[in-house]
Design a protein around this ligand. Structure first.
Ligand SMILES: Cc1cc2nc3c(=O)[nH]c(=O)nc-3n(C[C@H](O)[C@H](O)[C@H](O)COP(=O)(O)OP(=O)(O)OC[C@H]3O[C@@H](n4cnc5c(N)ncnc54)[C@H](O)[C@@H]3O)c2cc1C
Length: 388
């Protein structure tokens, strides 16, 4: 080390948010000899969540961390993807085998299980649970941070990996508006006998959507409906609300509605995404949903969060505390176009899947019937074949 310059893995890195992006970055940095500090707001992760499609773009990163085997133990390979209409009529069924042969399998995994795999990739010393940040002050080549437990620290880099409602973003970038896409949704487990392992089934309705995703011998259900922003979802009225919203749908939906019994065990949220022009300010950088939240409709936000973590880790190994700005510029340059493209696609898909007009929904259904296997593969090939 020369003077006060800290090279590569001597740099002091704070990661705020121990979710998918934060744990991936933490694990990759530890593997490269860094000693990052990760703070995670929740005391323990809990089991509520939803099923993710994890594409090779994300899962391959686990290979380098030696955790791919851990993933396989908790996930189901996506083999077919079938779309049904509101009334349950099959519109199209796609096989995923050619994409899997060319790029690797896509897995369906419960988000808490993926977090668990990633948590096992970082050391206990790196991760401080039940902690967040209350203040971040930028100095000359460093950032001073105050934590919720009153302690402080000085870092060469603070990484905001604290999800769509990022506190780091709020503290450093101010009030950046999220975009609400008029949808709210619930996720929960249903009887696995309703679907075949490996077969994801989605009902694309008129302003409503029901997806069933086999995951590790279980079956996850995800339901979404168009709704005004901030519509209340009181737990004691949740089942009635869902039955009312999804009543009259065909296919497997009546069985799902019959099965629901514990509203406390349902994950619920409204759907926003986030487009920001800027991800870096001095010694603070945003990754994952904190900087580029993507609508769940294309099923790629987690893979993109893991990719962003990987690119940032890569850039950090090739710089030092004096030239960090350049490393961060390279990070942004490598991520910008890809993130913008994927966000745009996910928005388009969302507006099609949940179109809230019966005439347009019926036109959409006709188009899906003619949307060929080759076109579906091309849609995902663009995403899977890009360099990162
Ligand atoms: C219903 C639904 C379905 C989805 N389906 C898919 C899919 O099929 N495929 C896919 O790839 N993506 C999917 N996504 C998107 C994916 O879940 C996100 O893109 C991904 O979780 C982003 O990872 P992240 O680490 O950036 O944020 P998160 O996973 O949200 O993690 C953020 C972490 O930061 C912590 N945190 C929050 N605030 C603070 C704070 N102030 N201080 C410290 N810690 C904090 C949180 O507790 C959390 O652990 C879906 C999303 C939803 C909502």
């Amino acid at each position: 080390m020369t003077g006060d310059v800290r090279y590569g893995n001597d740099m002091r890195v704070l990661i705020v948010g121990g979710g998918i992006a934060g744990l991936t970055l933490g694990a990759l940095l530890e593997q490269r000899g860094f000693s990052p500090h990760i703070v995670e707001k929740t005391v323990d992760y809990g089991g509520l969540g939803y099923t993710l499609a994890l594409w090779p773009a994300g899962s391959n990163i686990l290979k380098g961390l030696g955790m791919y085997g851990g993933l396989l133990g908790n996930a189901d390979q996506l083999r077919t993807y079938t779309l049904l209409s509101d009334r349950g009529k099959q519109l199209h069924s796609y096989h995923m085998s050619d994409l899997a042969a060319d790029y690797g399998p896509t897995y369906l995994i419960w988000r808490p299980d993926l977090v668990d795999v990633l948590q096992r990739s970082v050391s206990d010393e790196a991760l401080r649970m039940g902690t967040s940040v209350t203040a971040i002050e930028q100095g000359e080549g460093s950032a001073s941070v105050t934590f919720t437990d009153g302690t402080t620290g000085t870092y060469d880099l603070v990484v905001g990996a604290d999800g769509i409602h990022s506190r780091v973003r709020e503290l450093v970038f101010g009030d950046v508006p999220l975009t609400y896409h008029g949808m709210t949704g619930w996720a929960f487990w249903v009887d696995p006998s309703l679907a075949t392992p490996g077969e994801a089934i989605e009902h694309w309705g008129d302003g409503r959507f029901v997806g069933l995703y086999p995951t590790d011998d279980k079956l996850a259900c995800f339901m979404a409906v168009t709704a005004p922003e901030g519509s209340p979802d009181p737990v004691d009225q949740r089942l009635d609300r869902i039955r009312e919203c999804f009543g009259g749908m065909g296919g497997l939906v009546p069985d799902v509605l019959n099965e629901m019994d514990d509203p406390e065990e349902m994950w619920h949220d409204d759907f926003y995404d986030l487009q920001m022009d800027e991800w870096v300010r001095d010694r603070v950088v945003l990754i994952g949903d904190a900087g580029h939240a993507i609508l769940p409709t294309a099923g790629v936000g987690a893979s993109m969060a893991m990719e962003s973590a990987t690119v940032l880790a890569d850039e950090l190994t090739r710089t030092d505390s004096a030239y960090l700005e350049q490393g961060l510029e390279h990070y942004v340059a490598r991520r910008r176009d890809r993130v913008d493209t994927v966000q745009k696609k996910s928005r388009q898909l969302g507006s099609v899947a949940l179109v809230d007009n019966s005439l347009l929904a019926s036109l959409r259904d006709q188009s899906v019937k003619f949307y060929s296997q080759t076109r579906m593969e091309k849609y995902y090939e663009d995403f899977l074949s890009s360099e990162i």
